[in-house]
Design a protein around this ligand. Structure first.
Ligand code: NAP
Length: 232
C-alpha cells in the first residue's frame, strides 16, 4: 500500500515552521492533524488554515507530558485514525552555557526534543510497521551537529544531538518501510529564529516536506539541510 491518502501529525503545529508544514502538507493532499499544547492557540491556527482553504484537524498534545501524548494517541485510535507521517517539530530554545543554564533547561529541552519524540515515535511505529509505510521527520538543528561544532545554547545543542542520535537508532530498528530522518531547517524567521533570520518559513519547511513524503526507495537514518546530507 503506497498510494492511498496519508495522514500526518505535526507537533508544535500552531505557529512558525510547524504551522507552515501543516499548510504545505494539506496543500499536497494529506490529511493533517495539527497538534498544539494550547488548544486555544491550536484552534486559532486551525481557523487560519481553514480561511486559506486548507482544512486540518486539531489535537491537544504537550510533547513534554507523557499523559498528554497518551491521551492524544488514545483519541486518534478511538477515531480510527492511523498516522502515516509524524513530524516531531515542537521546539524550545532556552539560553545559557553548560555552566550557567539551570538544570531545568536541560530537562525541558530533553523532554521536548528527545523524550516526547521517543514516546510518539515508538507508539506510532508499531502501526506503521503493520501497514508497511511510515515517515518520521525530526526537526533538529545544525546546533545538534558535532560535525558543525555544536554551536548555540548548551541545553538546546545537547538535546538536538540526542534527537539526532535517536533518529539514527530508530531508523536502524524500524526496518526498511519506515523512513526516519532528521534535518536542520536553516535560520528561519519565527519566534525562535527572530526577525533577522535569513529564511522564510516556506523555505524552512521545504526539506521537512520532502522527508515527510519520501518515496519507498528514499533514504532513512540520515541528517539533512536543503535536501543535502550533513554530518551528525
Ligand atoms: P517557534 O516559532 O518558537 O515555534 C515552536 C513551536 O513549538 C510552537 O508551536 C510551540 O507551541 C511548540 N512547542 C514548544 N514546546 C512544546 C511542547 N512542550 N509541546 C507541544 N508544542 C510545543 O519555533 P520554530 O522556529 O517554528 O521551530 C520549529 C522547530 O524548528 C523547532 O524544533 C526548532 O528547534 C527547529 N529549528 C528552528 C530554527 C529557526 O531558525 N527558527 C533553526 C533550527 C531549528 P506554543 O505556541 O504553545 O509555545
Amino acid at each position: 500500500m503506497t498510494s492511498d491518502k496519508r495522514t500526518a501529525l505535526v507537533t508544535g503545529g500552531n505557529r512558525g515552521i510547524g504551522l507552515e508544514v501543516c499548510a504545505q502538507l494539506a496543500r499536497k493532499g494529506l490529511d493533517v492533524i495539527l497538534a498544539a499544547r494550547n488548544p486555544t492557540l491550536g484552534k486559532k491556527a486551525m481557523d487560519q488554515l481553514e480561511r486559506r482553504g486548507l482544512p486540518v484537524a486539531l489535537i491537544t498534545l504537550d510533547v513534554t507530558d507523557p499523559r498528554s501524548i497518551d491521551r492524544a494517541l488514545a483519541r486518534l485510535e478511538r477515531q480510527g485514525i492511523a498516522i502515516d507521517v509524524l513530524v516531531n517539530n515542537a521546539g524550545v530554545y532556552p539560553q545559557g552555557t553548560a555552566l550557567s543554564s539551570p538544570e531545568a533547561h536541560f530537562r525541558e529541552t530533553l523532554e521536548t526534543h528527545f523524550f516526547g519524540p521517543l514516546r510518539l515515535s515508538r507508539a506510532l511505529i508499531r502501526g506503521m510497521q503493520r501497514r508497511k509505510y511510515g515517515r518520521i521527520v525530526n526537526v533538529s538543528s545544525g546546533s545538534g551537529s558535532f560535525g558543525e561544532g555544536l554551536e548555540g545554547p548548551a541545553a538546546y545543542c545537547i538535546s538536538k544531538a540526542a534527537m539526532n542520535a535517536l533518529t539514527f537508532k530508530l531508523a536502524e530498528a524500524a526496518g526498511p518501510h519506515i523512513k526516519i530522518n532528521a534535518l536542520c531547517p536553516g535560520w528561519v524567521r519565527t519566534r525562535m529564529g527572530g526577525p533577522r533570520a535569513t529564511r522564510s518559513v516556506v523555505k524552512g519547511a521545504e526539506t521537512i516536506i520532502w522527508l515527510a513524503t519520501l518515496p519507498e526507495d528514499g533514504p532513512t537514518g540520515k541528517f539533512w539541510r536543503d535536501k543535502k546530507e550533513i554530518p551528525w
